[in-house]
Design a protein. Structure first.
Length: 423
């Protein structure tokens, strides 16, 4: 079974529809429409013909996509009875309705002419339309001479299923590059403003403390008063140099830690605290070491020690305010520790009961063995042995002292068995 041959030429109905859509009414030229003798003239300036035939204009143009409202179903084929019909789309109505084909009359004023929107619906693909080649060439020549670049939009769809076509949504995309460029410039400027804002905040965060310190470090807040507390034996020359150094300096710039370190170097200073009292005062609070005893070195000079055996000072005369330690002793320099035996002797002196201390003239120390002895008034000598169990030894000695020392020249309390040697 052979298929029917495909027609090369459009049907008469299609040609009549095209003639009616793209022709100019003969009455516009003064012809009598009632006679029908004068043939209709085609308006080849109508750009709709150009788009319908797929002929590209000389200058390229950009056509934006047609925005069509949501349709439940779109079919490319209308009813068979409407095959090949050319239809004109009227302005959309609230309810979708079929638009009957009618002739489109064009005004000769091309600038005022509105662009036509043509919808061709068919059940199948639209048939090919062939027009006169000579007329087509003349049409292209006219467009080139007149520079007509107006555009029309042609929508091919099943109009029965389309509720409405918003022709105003079809717009040119010319100038899109300029808009994108402007948008990028705007974004960059916004980023620049944000960066500038953060830089300003950072500068303010730095400038405010700096300005505050500059004001506080000004001569308005200089040190004009230095108070020294607890300094009895501390080096007076050292204190005077420190006071002269910080007087007149900004109170907030006084290096208190450095001053404390310099003062702790003095052997008499056990602890020190330097504080600033805004706006003009500095307080130096010193806690000195307590001298306990003294011993004579090989050079004939006397060393004053504290309970740790640290040599606080070295003097030429015999100190009468401190317990004298007899025996052979080294020449320990000022600020140094004499050793453990001297520390034990100083602690013994501090631990003597008042009844014993009042009759004790000196403490004898053997630096080699650490043996200790007390010399009482009246030539009574008390042997204590080493520094171990010193509390028990002093308790036994206190019992003997309370019993009386008459006729006793020597007492030994180094053991639990108290021994005595009469005179």
């Amino acid at each position: 079974m052979t298929e029917p041959p495909i027609e090369d030429n459009p049907s008469d109905d299609v040609l009549e529809e095209l003639l009616g859509a793209f022709s100019v009414d003969s009455s516009a030229d003064g012809a009598d429409e009632s006679t029908g003798d004068q043939p209709e003239k085609y308006d080849f300036d109508d750009p709709s013909i150009d788009r319908l035939l797929g002929i590209a204009p000389d200058a390229p143009t950009v056509v934006a996509p047609v925005v069509i409202p949501k349709v439940e179903s779109v079919s490319s084929a209308p009813a068979p009875s409407d095959k090949g019909k050319l239809q004109k789309v009227e302005p959309p109505t609230p309810k979708a309705a079929k638009v009957k084909p009618e002739k489109v009359k064009k005004s000769k004023n091309k600038e005022a002419a509105e662009r036509a929107t043509i919808v061709i619906g068919a059940d199948e693909l639209p048939d090919a339309v062939y027009l006169d080649v000579e007329r087509e060439e003349k049409f292209l020549e006219r467009r080139t001479e007149e520079g007509n670049k107006d555009r029309s939009t042609i929508v091919i769809t099943d109009f029965d299923d389309v509720a409405a076509v918003d022709a105003s949504a079809v717009r040119s995309t010319l100038g899109g590059g300029d808009r994108i460029r402007a948008r990028r410039i705007s974004v960059r400027r916004a980023e620049g403003r944000r960066r500038l804002r953060w830089v300003a905040i950072g500068l303010a965060a730095v400038a405010i403390p700096v300005a505050t310190l500059a004001v506080l470090a000004s001569p308005l807040f200089d040190v004009s008063e230095v108070s020294v507390q607890g300094a009895t034996y501390t080096d007076a020359a050292l204190l005077a140099s420190i006071v002269d150094e910080i007087t007149g300096d900004p109170v907030l710039l006084v290096d208190t830690m450095e001053l404390e370190q310099r003062l702790r170097a003095d052997p008499w200073v056990e602890s020190v605290k330097v504080e600033t009292d805004f706006p003009h005062r500095v307080i130096i609070d010193i806690r000195e070491r307590k001298p306990v005893a003294a011993f004579q070195g090989g050079d004939g000079r006397f060393r004053i020690i504290d309970y740790e055996g640290r040599v606080l000072d070295v003097i030429d005369g015999i100190p009468i305010d401190y317990m004298l330690i007899t025996g052979d002793h080294p020449d320990t320099t000022r600020g140094q520790f004499a050793g453990a035996p001297y520390s034990a002797t100083a602690q013994l002196v501090l631990g003597l009961p008042s009844e014993i201390r009042s009759i004790t003239e000196s403490v004898s120390l053997n630096a080699a063995t650490g043996a200790l002895a007390l010399q009482f008034t009246g030539d009574t000598l008390v042997q204590l042995g080493d520094a171990s169990n010193m509390d028990e030894k002093l308790a036994r000695l206190l019992s003997v002292v309370r019993g009386g020392l008459d006729g006793i020249c020597q007492i030994d309390v180094s053991t639990r068995e108290v021994g005595s040697v009469p005179c």
